[in-house]
Ligand binder design. Structure first.
Ligand code: AMP
Ligand code: MG
Length: 529
């Protein structure tokens, strides 16, 4: 898997499909022009929660968004809050104890200084052009003067809701909240989550559930699908505005570099390819399966975004499918690097009117094929406690992945036990993980030989800092969710505490780092959220 060839292009770079825009739903409640102006006038005047707002995505203009207000929810309550996320945002965590914050972050009261909106995008879903999508339930409140956008997910219908109700249920909101913060703590680029608020308001999914709102933050929520939207309609002026916005704010080096003869749009495609490759390398190394890698769920900043049926692998099965709706396995764990490349091709196709030459776009994508294997190898070497990669280390990496796949060995526990074994010198707890020890012994011999010349303490530190003790396993999330559905939010808080420092030992909490129970494999998580 280390150097698996990436997929061949999904097609040539000409625009293959055209978007069929849907008619906006006028019941979604866009603000009147007067109300929008009134909201705008307050910009910068008040600093509720300690935040000051500046013009961000909204400055792109009406072709990109619809101004609107969140739809209130009855009797909101706090479900979970992240103090580190509050600090990053610049919010005084004490403000999160106020009734004002609860109302604002549920969408029941306006955040003074903000100018809420929903953005329009399109995308390929499960490999098929899906046409117009957009923020159907996420409302962007604005951008802070520290350059972080704040979004309320599940805050009501928008013109892009299509058949949806604009809501998010408690279970999926808790999963997104916990996983965002867990990924951040693991050092994996991600959107973050400030809090979850809940309400008793009923939401119809397979069953009747209750509503929740996640407050998410990121430097930008722009997706590949934003570019595809304008490209598919041949709207080159808007396409250029969007690309210029992204370059100016997030990739300024693309204008300075001499790469591609000063073609900043090709440089952007290359930079996004590199970040996406680096992200995928981290997902594969940690054992994270995203589950819905549609192009509308691909961040232009290379962040993990839109947590749906994701899963951290329990037993190591390269072909694991975590999304119950993904019957064909398009987004199986071992397909993710290829799918990311396929998605980058869609982005390249969308950027082609700006880049100009097809050959230049293809050249810009090439970086993915070098960055992904290099970064993946680097991440795996760190897991193995190696501070440099030698030629024969590739065999060590391939060997361990084959070994783990052969017995579906628990991925997180294996790496943690191996890390501890380097410190103690006792490999027995690692060997115990295998039914057939012969294969394990053969690999452990190679591993030990490789470590003969690596200082043990250094290696142990590196491994214990690369191989987490705690990850958000499905069954852990499920237990916390079931308690939360009975209004006991302590399980969410406990998990958050562990996942915020996943490399620490947390004495007394070993049960959260143990093998999944048998029922874990029966948990079915689909796109329904
Ligand atoms: P997702 O699969 O969550 O990434 O969503 C794909 C598209 O469907 C996006 O445009 C979402 O905004 C939209 N969507 C998903 N769930 C809902 C919902 N309950 N209400 C409105 N739009 C939704
Ligand atoms: Mg999405």
């Amino acid at each position: 898997m280390t150097s698996a060839p990436v997929a061949s292009p999904p097609g040539d770079l000409s625009i293959a499909s055209r978007c069929e825009p849907i008619a906006p739903d006028m019941n979604a409640g866009p603000l009147s022009a007067a109300a929008a102006a009134a909201t705008t006038r307050t910009a910068g005047a008040v600093a509720t929660g300690g935040l000051r707002w500046r013009s961000g995505f909204a400055s792109l203009g009406p072709a990109f968004l619809t101004r609107l207000r969140p739809t209130p929810l009855p009797e909101p309550c706090w479900v979970a809050r992240s103090v580190p996320a509050a600090r990053e945002l610049g919010i005084d965590p004490a403000w999160l104890d106020t009734a004002e914050a609860l109302d604002i972050l549920t969408g029941n009261a306006p955040w003074p200084g903000t100018d809420p909106l929903a953005t329009v995008y399109s995308g390929h879903q499960f490999g098929v052009w899906a046409g117009q999508l957009g923020d159907g339930r996420a409302i962007l409140l604005g951008e802070t003067d520290r350059g972080l956008e704040v979004q309320l997910k599940g805050a009501g219908r928008t013109p892009y809701s299509r058949m949806g109700d604009g809501r998010a249920v408690l279970r999926s909101s808790i999963r997104e909240f916990l996983c965002s913060e867990a990924m951040h703590a693991l050092g994996i680029p991600t959107t973050r989550a400030l809090c979850v608020t809940g309400s008793g308001a009923p939401v119809r999914r397979e069953q009747i559930e209750t509503a929740a709102v996640v407050t998410r933050t990121a430097p930008s929520f722009i997706r590949f699908g934003h570019f595809e939207h304008f490209a598919a309609q041949g709207r080159d002026a808007e396409l250029r505005m969007l690309a210029d916005h992204v370059i100016d704010r997030h990739y300024p080096a693309c204008r300075a570099t001499g790469r591609f003869g000063g073609n900043a749009y090709a440089a952007l495609l290359e930079a996004v390819s590199e970040r996406t490759a680096a992200l995928l390398a981290q997902w594969q190394a940690i054992g994270f399966c995203h589950g819905v890698m549609n192009t509308d769920n691909m961040s232009i900043l290379g962040l993990t975004i839109d947590y749906g049926p994701f899963q951290f692998l329990d037993g190591f099965d390269p072909r694991h499918i975590c999304n119950h709706s993904d019957t064909a396995g398009r987004y199986a764990f071992n397909q993710q690097p290829n799918v990311a490349y396929w998605n980058l091709f869609c982005l390249a196709q969308a950027l082609l009117p700006l880049i100009g030459e097809q050959e230049v776009a293809v050249a810009a994508l090439e970086s993915y094929k070098t960055v992904f294997p290099r970064e993946f190898t680097r991440r795996m070497a760190a897991k193995l406690g190696l501070d440099e990669v030698r030629d024969d280390d590739h065999a060590l990496i391939d060997g361990v992945l084959k070994l783990l796949a052969a017995e579906r060995t628990d991925y997180t526990i294996f790496w943690r036990r191996l890390s501890v074994a380097i410190r103690t010198g006792d490999l027995a707890p690692v060997r115990d993980l295998f039914i057939d020890p012969a294969g394990a012994d053969a690999w452990l011999r190679l591993f030990s030989e490789r470590h003969a010349h690596v200082p043990r303490e250094l290696a142990a530190d590196s491994m214990l800092g690369s191989n987490p003790k705690f990850v958000l396993r499905n069954h852990l999330g499920q237990q916390a969710i079931e308690a939360a559905q009975q209004k006991d939010f302590s399980g969410v808080a406990t998990l958050l505490n562990l996942l915020e420092t996943p490399f620490d030992e947390h004495p007394g909490f070993d049960a959260y780092a143990g093998f999944p129970p048998d029922w874990a494999s029966t948990i079915e998580i689909s796109c329904s959220s």
